[in-house]
Write a protein that binds this ligand. Sequence first.
Ligand code: DON
Length: 305
Amino acid sequence: MKQDSIRPLLDQICTHMGNEQDRGAVASYIPELACIDPAHFAMSVCLPDGTQISVGDAKIEFSIQSVSKVFTLAIALGRHGDHFWTRVGREPSTHVFNSVQELEARDGIPPNPFVNAGAIATTDCLLVGATPKETLAEIVQFMRLAASDDAIFIDPDVASSEKETGHRNWALAHFLRSCGNLRHECELTLGTYFHHCALAMTAEQLARAGRFLAGIHPAGNLIAPGHIRSINALMMTCGHYNGSGEFAYRVGIPAKSGVGGGILAVLPNRASIAVWSPGLDRYGNSLLGTQALEILSQELCLSMF
Ligand code: DON
């Protein structure tokens, strides 16, 4: 990827997205997210030489929500290795990201670490031998190291907003526990989960945080190369839930979305890209974020296929 060709293309995409009328619908099931202005758009690209190119609202914080799940997976794999996969599967999901039905059909083993049930089980793995406070401190510390930025925090209002209203997640946690796949009290695991989903970051910070997954972090490998490969494979096959096939078809880059409207996309050895547009499509993935990545991928021939 050439620096000179990226800047004008990002400017073009940003202008295009600014004029787009159909912006999707912001997530309303988390009250704190329901009031975010859908007009926001940001994109940021980090390259192997240390260059970072950003457009739009790339310095405005947003709730990274499910994008946090790639980072908790990275920590869980580091801590538990292959044993982690006894708790969570590695298959794409066919139902919505917070499906109870799919968990029941799989006898309490979530299909993958990115659907809500899988991420809740992952958080539960992180709590082994640590308090929620220590676990959250570790996650925040990892994000700061990955992003080379100490100004990364959890938004407590978003976390408590979801704690009050996230009944589907409470159902998933109780179901996991009934199957013996949750070692801690639902209150502890979900409290930790809601807080890491509530990490607030800018698109610039998120793009930098993704560099280790592209193998371009200035400090070298933050996690084992084998784990980077595993996470990239899961991002490609499961990163957009039951919209993952469509995303692979249109964009063709490993990526993870969140209901805050963020998407982190990583091109091995070439780039880490973050995009943010709060309006979502019917799968709960950023509508314009996906479109922006599709244009970038097509114009620069970035698809891995
Ligand atoms: O648990 C939830 O529902 C949210 N904290 C995260 C869901 C999410 O980001 C799904 N992404 N598209």
